[in-house]
Design a protein around this ligand. Sequence first.
Ligand SMILES: C[S@@+](CC[C@H](N)C(=O)[O-])C[C@H]1O[C@@H](n2cnc3c(N)ncnc32)[C@H](O)[C@@H]1O
Length: 202
Amino acid sequence: MSTHAARFRSRNYWNCAAAVFQEWLREPTQVASVVPSSPVLLNQIVDRDCIKTASSIIDLGPGTGGTTEAILDRANDTCRVLAIEKTEGFIEPLRSIDDARLTIEHGDVIELERILLAHDVRSPDVILSGIPFSSLSPDAAASIMQSIHRVLASDGTFIAYQLRNDVARYAEKHFGTPESTEMVWLNIPPLTIYTWRKNGPY
Ligand SMILES: C[S@@+](CC[C@H](N)C(=O)[O-])C[C@H]1O[C@@H](n2cnc3c(N)ncnc32)[C@H](O)[C@@H]1O
């Protein structure tokens, strides 16, 4: 059993925080944050009708699973949640979330369309992203955004929580102006939550 597996038999904030810090030391630009997202940020992300009514939700860059657990807490009983995480050290913590609605994929979001096909997930209602668009190459960021827009349900919602506003630049081409932009100060670091609706009024 790996150290993570042993450590994550019981999930708690400090175990998750230790794993995030350890992986951040290894891959700072990929992990992009030194601690998991705060409860204030998580509540602001998931306290929405689109999460409660969704049939399928994709969590891009779930880390140790804070966003994933928050989604599962609000989502309905039949909602499928697919979490796609690139950092290997976060996979055991994610697998310790015991919920039949959840599927974990150890992979790179650049392969979003292939991953959704492999899991038979079509037209997700919500895509949530914490992956650091500012640290991706422009080609990778543009390609991921195109895939997000392509796979999302026609009235689906795309939510991104980010330190910098590069995500808005990439999203604008496909989604237009965000439906909302909210600053969350009670998080390390303070982040902005951007929300777009595909084919929305904006
Ligand atoms: C800012 S953290 C968010 C973690 C967690 N969702 C939270 O809110 O605490 C960004 C996450 O995206 C993951 N990530 C970065 N690039 C990725 C990629 N190309 N594919 C999948 N995951 C990626 C990182 O490993 C990290 O877990």
